[in-house]
Design a binder for this molecule. Structure first.
Ligand code: ME8
Length: 514
């Protein structure tokens, strides 16, 4: 069961345009998916959009359109951004698709038959923006604690899911699987929350119709979160293609922002328990990104769009910055200035210059042909050890979603290669015919180091890695299998290299003050 490596992002509300926060989760999932493919795993990487609920119905009504026409007209905002960011998702699920309605109906029927769904009445607060039922005690000055917006008093007949009866099983499961909810601080919050006592969860609505009808009572549509969580099953053909489902479920990682962890770490596992399905292996709640110290919001007008940054810095610099700057589990603050600094120091200078000078020397001194490796000396041994240990530890960090630490390690290797080149001074060796074999050795090992770096950065910066690969005369980086390809010395002497354009042209320092 679960041979396929299955990773998901939240399905985003379609009526918001993607910004750097939404893109953050999807980018992280893409890095993991690409890394796992490199390791030879079969991967299923899912993202998509959440199209039901009152918020979408209201937005459509304001535009004078049907909800379906409205969502159809804006879904490309998401698919376009994922394409721009070179996101390699294997599927894109929309909750208005028939495959999803089928699974949602099947699933709720199953819970109803089991006696875990019952008709009751709900009276309480509802935040349409967050699509969340709220207790009076949760309100902050009468408003939604998440978004500060006014809340509505709702009095409806609803179907309820017997969440309360899963409290003990959930706690036991979390206890027995310490790496189920990550990071640990969030896990502790979830445990405290469950310990305060779980109330049954309303899972249907009758006051509007934009949702999936409950098969046993068509007056009700499913509560948008109940429907949304099921996307993780509908995209892998639950109840239709059993063989596929068995190979893919459970998910290895559900990634999300911290504000929706409870849905994924409490309600979702209980739903799965009720349906007798295994729970996801890990759920990870990352921190929230602010912009220049402030929460992003339309009203403040400070929402940063990926396209603007990609236009200025390029897609791989975008990907690098967001994975390098922030620690995935905690909040982070975006600032253009730090992005520019990292661009110039780490991409243009450390990596870009290294690549360019090594390939320039290979061109100038060896007519673009990879020379013989020769016999490694002390300097080479140090370099080779560094590369080997970096390959292993950067992979280990990535597997723990410590992307920033993994990149920091890879950059230590970049620094080590820069030092190796400086120390070995090929330009001096080139002046002395008697040292031709030494020059061969230094050039070979510098080029081999670039080959290794290209493989290591591939999940983060696929296009840059591909350019480096191409400059080194290699083909098809996507099909190279790790860790075997990280054996030192696989670059064949005699291979033709090329210089190409600078990977990251330096940006004007003056622009830093903008
Ligand atoms: O909650 N910083 O959708 P959503 C970091 N449809 N991440 C951020 C962010 C920020 N400032 N803002 C948003 C929903 N995100 C539901 C999900 S899943 C079954 C249903 C990211 O459009 C983060 O991943 O509000 C967060 O969890 C997600 O966007 C919320 O997206």
């Amino acid at each position: 069961m679960g041979e396929v490596f299955y990773i998901t992002t939240p399905i985003y509300y379609v009526n918001d345009v993607p910004h750097i926060g939404t893109a953050y989760t999807t980018l992280a999932a893409d890095v993991v998916a690409r890394f796992m493919r490199q390791q030879g795993r079969e991967v299923f990487f899912l993202t998509g959009v959440d199209e039901h609920g009152q918020k979408v119905a209201q937005a459509a009504a304001e535009k004078g359109e049907s909800p379906q026409a409205w969502v159809d007209s804006i879904v490309s905002h998401f698919t376009d951004v994922w394409e721009l960011l070179n996101i390699s998702n294997d599927d894109f699920i929309r909750t208005t698709e028939p495959r999803h309605a089928r699974v949602a109906g099947l699933f709720i029927d199953k819970l109803k038959e089991k006696g875990d769904v019952y008709l009751g009445s709900y009276e309480g607060w509802y935040c349409i923006h967050d699509e969340a039922f709220l207790l009076s005690s949760q309100l902050v000055e009468g408003a939604c604690p998440e978004c500060n917006r006014p809340v509505d008093w709702v009095k409806e007949e609803n179907y309820f899911f017997k969440l309360s009866s899963y409290q003990d099983r959930l706690l036991a499961y979390i206890e027995e699987h310490p790496d189920f909810i990550q990071p640990e601080s969030r896990r502790n919050e979830v445990v405290s929350f469950i310990n305060t006592g779980l109330a049954d969860q309303s899972i249907s609505r009758t006051s509007f119709t934009w949702g999936i009808p409950c098969p046993f009572d068509e007056r009700h549509v499913m509560y948008v979160w109940f429907d949304a969580l099921l996307n993780y099953l509908s995209a892998i053909d639950y109840g239709a293609d059993d063989a596929r489902f068995e190979r893919t479920w459970p998910a290895d990682w559900h990634l999300m922002g911290k504000e929706i962890l409870r849905f994924h770490a409490v309600i979702w596992p209980a739903m799965l328990m009720a349906a007798d399905l295994p729970l996801p292996r890990h759920v990870f709640a990352h921190g929230w990104l602010t912009v220049e110290g402030k929460k992003m919001s339309k009203s403040l007008g400070n929402v940063v769009r990926p396209a603007d940054l990609v236009e200025e810095f390029g897609v791989d610099a975008y990907r690098y910055y967001f994975m390098r700057e922030f620690s995935f589990g905690v909040d982070g603050n975006f600032s253009r200035r730090t992005m520019l600094r990292r661009y110039n120091a780490e991409l243009a200078n450390d990596l870009g210059n290294l690549e360019s000078r090594v390939l320039t020397m290979a061109g100038k001194y060896r007519d673009h042909v990879v020379p013989q490796p020769g016999v490694p000396g002390g300097e080479e041994s140090t370099l080779i050890d560094k590369a080997t240990s970096t390959g292993l530890s950067a992979a280990g960090k990535l597997e723990q979603l410590a992307f920033n630490d993994a990149l920091a390690e890879i950059w230590e290797l970049v620094h080590a290669v820069n030092r190796y080149v400086d120390f070995s001074a090929p330009w001096a060796l080139a002046k002395d015919e008697a040292r031709s074999a030494d020059l061969d050795r230094v050039l070979y090992n510098s080029l081999e180091a670039l080959r290794q770096i290209a493989l290591m950065i591939f999940p983060y910066m696929p296009a840059t890695a591909e350019k480096m690969w191409d400059h080194l005369g290699q083909q098809d980086i996507e099909s190279v299998a790790l860790p075997a390809a990280l054996e030192w010395g696989l670059l064949s002497p005699g291979t033709e290299t090329s210089r190409g354009e600078a990977l990251f042209p330096r940006k004007m320092e003056a622009a830093e003050d903008n």
